[in-house]
Design a protein around this ligand. Structure first.
Ligand SMILES: N[C@@H](CCC(=O)N[C@@H](CS)C(=O)NCC(=O)O)C(=O)O
Length: 285
């Protein structure tokens, strides 16, 4: 194996390294410019984008609304991460980590900020009392898989997806390493779903809502253009689960919120009421 790169004693950022997102990446945190976030009329204010991490939250909110929980009404604003909007002072106030999704709950006396998509799912599931079983054993199993997803998805997205789809060149070593890990993860899910209807048992929970946008999208929408490369069709139990969840009305609605790409009928950049989604969905022929 040849290796041309010798790391310097101390790493310094040396211009842009190419690849998608290179223009916004810097080794520092904090706001880069002043801007106050928009505020709508609902207590729940979501600032997000329809990437898998963003879709988790909008799917859960749509599932809650589908149950008739009107207190889950929300205003959703798009944060264009390619334009660096995650670095505005207003966004950094609700998420010092500058990554979507971020939620502000203004229903109480003092607004509560919630960042990290897993924390947001947990917050909303507990606040409204749905999609997280009450039974301690079932609840723990749902939490196991929720935390599994939060720890595993970065290997799929930041590891496999980055090197297979976004890096400026195809490098064999990281693609091999992360393809192996992505397939191992798919096999973990497949073995679990062979014996369970949903990932944490017989109930649809926030664990499914967290995992589906990552591994469901990989299977159903050929995420990273890698369905063939990873032979996703061979994980038959994951395929069964992914297709079943894709049929849920709330999932169909949630995945298009804060989206500004794709077909006209799958783009709801801002959402203030159900009508915003209905209108866009009605454009599908
Ligand atoms: N662990 C975080 C990850 C969030 C995340 O990586 N968000 C990405 C989009 S999917 C982002 O905002 N990236 C912008 C950036 O890195 O500057 C979560 O689950 O909320």
């Amino acid at each position: 194996m040849t290796n041309q790169y010798i790391p310097p004693k101390v790493w310094v950022m040396d211009g842009e390294n190419g690849g998608k997102f290179a223009n916004i990446n810097r080794p520092t945190a904090g706001a880069r410019y002043e801007k106050v976030l928009d505020v709508g009329t609902h207590p729940l204010q979501l600032h997000s984008l329809a990437t898998p991490n963003g879709q988790k939250v909008t799917i859960l909110l749509e599932e809650l609304l589908a149950l008739g929980i009107s207190a889950a009404e929300y205003d959703a604003y798009i944060i264009n991460i390619g334009d660096g909007e995650q670095f505005s002072s207003g966004f950094v106030e609700i998420n010092p980590n500058s990554k979507i999704p971020a939620l502000l709950d203004r229903s109480g006396d003092t607004p509560i900020r919630v960042f990290e998509s897993g924390a947001i799912l947990l917050y909303l599931a507990e606040k409204f009392g749905h999609f997280l079983p009450k039974d301690i054993a079932k609840r723990t199993e749902a939490m196991n898989w929720l935390f599994w997803l939060q720890g595993s998805a970065p290997y799929l997205g930041g590891g496999f997806g980055h090197f297979y789809a976004y890096a400026p060149e195809k490098f064999e070593y990281p693609i091999n390493r992360f393809a192996m890990e992505a397939k191992r993860q798919l096999d973990v899910l497949d073995k679990q779903l062979a014996n369970h209807k949903y990932i944490a048992g017989d109930e649809y929970t926030i664990a499914d809502i967290a995992i589906w946008p990552w591994y469901g999208n990989l299977i159903i929408n050929n995420g990273y253009d890698a369905a063939e490369f990873l032979d996703v069709a061979s994980y038959t139990h994951v395929v069964r689960w992914a297709k079943e969840i894709a049929q849920r009305e709330a999932v169909k609605r949630g995945v298009i919120v804060n989206r500004s790409w794709g077909e006209e009928w799958e783009q709801v950049p801002k959402r203030h009421s159900a009508a915003d989604i209905d209108l866009v969905m009605s454009k599908k022929t």
